[in-house]
Design a protein around this ligand. Sequence first.
Ligand SMILES: *Cc1c(COP(=O)(O)O)cnc(C)c1O
Length: 374
Amino acid sequence: MPSVEISPLEAGCVLTVDLSALVANWRTLQTVCGEAECGAAVKADAYGLGLEPVAKALHDAGCRTFFVAHVFEGRTLRALAPDADIYVLDGLRPGAAAAYADHALRPVLGSVPEMEDFGQFCATSGRRWPDGSSLKAALRLDAGRRQLGLSAYDLDRADHLAPLFDVTLLLGEIARRDGEDPAEAQIDAFDAMRARFPGRRASLANSSAIFLDAIPLYDLVRPGYALYGGNPTPGRPNPMRPVVTLEAKIIQMRILEPGMRIGEDLAWKAKGPRRIALVAAGFADGLPIAMTDNKARSGGVALAQGRRCAFVGPIAMDHAALDVSDAGYLERGETVELIGKTITIDDFAAQAGMRGAEALVHLGRRCHRRYRQA
Ligand SMILES: *Cc1c(COP(=O)(O)O)cnc(C)c1O
């Protein structure tokens, strides 16, 4: 994040985050999940959309369990949500256990050394949870054999460590391999590991798993991408509301005569007279180079006055060229829409062969950000 505010006048791009759509998405997911609690993954600055406004809106709406990746994110969140359960997914950094105790954060422990580190801290530091009970942690169970988390063998080795702290959550993940459906075996493995910790809450589902009938939701689900408007059911209509709009301002207009070229490598050539808008969004703003990284040096679209227009020439760090010949009259300072209701975040990412969440976390570092209140 930049250290100064970027005003709407100065900004090249404007990123609008619709907090009421975000909250509506959380409520939809909570309804879909029935008895299971719907938490929220707000790691990586709430997928790039701003941890503070996003977490505040969700907390105001009643969300009480959050997942971050780093301790510092947990610390930031603690200040906004004093009563929330905050899990730190990336586990415990060596020697950093005190920070978890200071802010009542729960590390998600995924290896025997992490359990030893935390267990040792709990046994020797005298630190307690704010209510005087033992410090709390989750265990990440590797039911999917994806080499992330504790195996059944690890749990045998760590049997003496778990009583040193309060295991409040058993967290699993389903690994997916194309052409196979190993979910059932993984769920059985997760249940077998879970049986060692009777009465503990469990969580298996991220955004897409919530919508898979074969996957049990247990006590808690942890969606991220779907909250931010991404489609958790690829290939089917999106049950979520769009949250993100990204607009870029036109820096200047250019008229190209037939045969004229554009861009750093002069690879794109106008076949007829073309009208080009140079827009203030480049790869530093999250526009993926891959969109135009092809032989034709053209690809990806943005909406100019409601018309789909293609990018031409390579995407540069700070700008990109859009062929707006089919749109109406446009001038400097007007905006084009890169992401919104028509070109969704999923469409935007697909143009570059990216995953939606990957595209999302790269947006908006240099934008003016606008939050529509919940
Ligand atoms: C990021 C993350 C989630 C959220 O995943 P989405 O696909 O964005 O819903 C859930 N669980 C874990 C362990 C994660 O790291």
